[in-house]
Design a protein around this ligand. Structure first.
Ligand code: SAH
Length: 351
């Protein structure tokens, strides 16, 4: 990507006004252009018909206008979930998912190309991190899906490929643009960011005082067990994580979500449930149990239905808010990162 050119779709309205003012354009021009980009979801400068051709041509010379190329679309016959494989300007690919729920349409967005967090059960991290996504590249996943399907998107979860808090500044800019009242105006309460648990960034996020939901990928209730599944557990202890979750709640008033992927024979025993209860009880939280989606590179298996149910019952009996995540699109390349992996030809797993 040409470093000289500014990425126009990653600019806030104020930044765009300033940018265009330098070119001698009036603030209302910036407003018009912002609306074309973030409300009317124009695919190109050419679509911006109320702006002069000369101005559009000048913009084309000065700015990058991020767009994604659809490479593949899979639709689940079971629940209508759609999975999109998009190509970025530099040839990298990411995936995004559209899920339809009774309460509205939700898009799952990728935040990086690959991931460097190394969680053992996750397909996105098998070949490490290629690069982080720009705000415009995250936004465009939502915009392209809206354009392609004609569906209105009401919820966004940053739970696709990548660790969002490992791309902090771009993530924040993305959230501000996505929830801007001059843009798509998605409610902050309908945005969820999921993290493997980067404590300093979680603390920083709490300070932004956003109304988004923070989801922590916990997956184990003891440091020892968590370390088996997630290398990040070597860096931050569960105690530190619980402290920062408490802090997030105090700062924002938003209840934390704990994600807990149930892996057969690893973290689904009665004792695991007991330890999870002990952790979760003092915190205003909601637990999302995810039956692990097996990937062929690893030997993890899903807990059986009965075990999942009794794990859930145990938590409920102890007054914990808990849901089992509905598995959406089971019949299409299920676990996150698998569609991209198939596309890039499943290169050798890094040692
Ligand atoms: N990096 C972020 C977003 C990852 S994906 C994070 O770690 O939270 C969103 C959720 O799916 C995370 O909780 C992640 O741990 C979980 N996940 C990844 N691969 C999975 C799999 N194969 N089965 C079940 N859950 C998985």
């Amino acid at each position: 990507m040409d470093k000289e050119l500014k990425d126009i779709k990653s600019l806030t309205l104020d930044q765009l006004m300033l940018e265009l003012a330098i070119q001698g354009e009036k603030p209302f021009r910036a407003k018009q252009m912002y609306e074309w980009m973030h409300v009317k979801l124009a695919e190109d400068f050419d679509n911006m018909t109320n702006l002069s051709k000369a101005f559009r041509d000048r913009c084309r010379e000065r700015y990058i206008y991020t767009s994604l190329k659809l490479l593949e679309l899979q639709t689940s016959k079971l629940d209508g979930t759609k999975k999109f494989l998009f190509e970025l300007a530099d040839g990298n690919v990411v995936e995004s998912v559209l899920m339809k729920y009774k309460h509205g349409n939700s898009v799952c967005v990728s935040s990086q190309v690959g991931c460097r967090m190394g969680c053992k059960f996750c397909a996105s991290t098998l070949n490490g991190l290629e690069r982080s996504l720009l705000p415009s590249e995250m936004l465009e996943q939502v915009y392209a899906i809206t354009r392609l399907t004609g569906e209105k998107v009401s919820n966004v979860v940053v739970m696709g490929i990548g660790e969002p808090l490992d791309n902090y500044d771009n993530l924040l800019c993305f959230i501000r643009l996505l929830t801007d009242e001059n843009g798509l105006n998605i409610s902050q309460r309908n945005v969820t960011v999921s993290t493997c648990g980067l404590v300093p960034e979680m603390r920083r996020l709490a300070g932004e005082k956003l109304q988004i939901t923070l989801a922590l990928s916990l997956h184990a209730a003891t440091d020892e067990k968590r370390r088996e599944l997630m290398p990040i557990a070597d860096r931050y202890s569960i105690k530190e994580l619980m402290d920062v979750c408490q802090y997030y709640f105090e700062q924002t008033g938003r209840r934390i979500t704990f994600e807990y992927s149930l892996v057969g024979g690893v973290n689904d025993a009665k004792q695991d449930a007991q330890e999870l209860i002990r952790l979760a009880k003092p915190i205003n939280c909601h637990i999302n149990l995810i039956p692990v989606n097996p990937i062929k590179e690893r030997a993890f298996i899903q807990s059986d239905g009965e075990r999942i149910q009794s794990f859930k019952n145990k938590l409920e009996k102890n007054g914990i808010n808990v849901t089992i995540r509905r598995e959406m699109g089971r019949d299409i390349d299920g676990a996150c990162g698998q569609l991209r992996r198939r596309h890039i030809g499943e290169p050798r797993v890094k040692a």
